[in-house]
Design a protein around this ligand. Structure first.
Ligand code: HEC
Length: 152
């Protein structure tokens, strides 16, 4: 009887363990160091913005921090996308880089504001980020999308 119980416990333990391993594997984030094309990165950071939004409206500062950190640590651009952007923008590349830097730096400040539970500063930084996103889009988005579609 005791032996059977021991076996059952072993089986349950193995089932639980493989469950943990399998879910761990399934829900593993894609390798964050893998480079991606620009539209994919943009859709990812758009999801991060939605995370931040939810955090703001539910006053969940941990969510805001998480979204801000994810924007700042987005995967690198693939060589292909970088080449396309450089070719399309030429000597306007520094302006593109400045918008990118503005969004990164402000995402970092947003993360700290959220860590401090300072909603006023959170909103201030959030607005600067939004302006950075939209300014870059207004300046460069159509041109780069067109160049990408033509190159495909
Ligand atoms: C430095 C410039 C720049 C900044 C900053 C920027 N974007 Fe973009 N974004 C682009 C460009 C260029 C495209 C078009 C890419 C393409 O079509 O190849 C784009 C496209 C997008 C798209 C459409 C993706 C699709 O499915 O085609 C979304 C959504 C987006 N950006 C969200 C954001 C958000 C949110 C932010 C700020 C947190 C942001 N972007 C900041 C340049 C920028």
């Amino acid at each position: 009887m005791l032996q059977i119980m021991k076996n059952q416990i072993t089986v349950i333990f193995i089932l639980l363990l493989s469950g943990v391993i399998l879910t761990g594997l399934t829900f593993n984030e894609p390798e964050t160091k893998d480079s991606l094309d620009l539209p994919t990165i943009m859709r990812l950071i758009y999801m991060d913005i939605q995370t931040i939004n939810e955090g703001i409206y539910t006053e969940n500062f941990a969510l805001i921090e998480q979204g801000a950190a994810a924007i700042n640590e987005h995967p690198p651009l693939s060589d292909e996308t970088t080449a396309l952007v450089k070719k399309t923008l030429g000597d306007r590349m520094p302006a593109f880089g400045q918008y990118d830097k503005l969004v990164h730096d402000t995402a970092d400040s947003l993360k700290h504001a959220a860590a401090d539970h300072d909603m006023e500063r959170v909103l201030e930084k959030y607005q600067i980020i939004q302006q950075g996103c939209v300014s870059c889009h207004l300046s460069f988005r159509n041109e780069i999308t067109r160049a990408r579609i033509t190159a495909e």
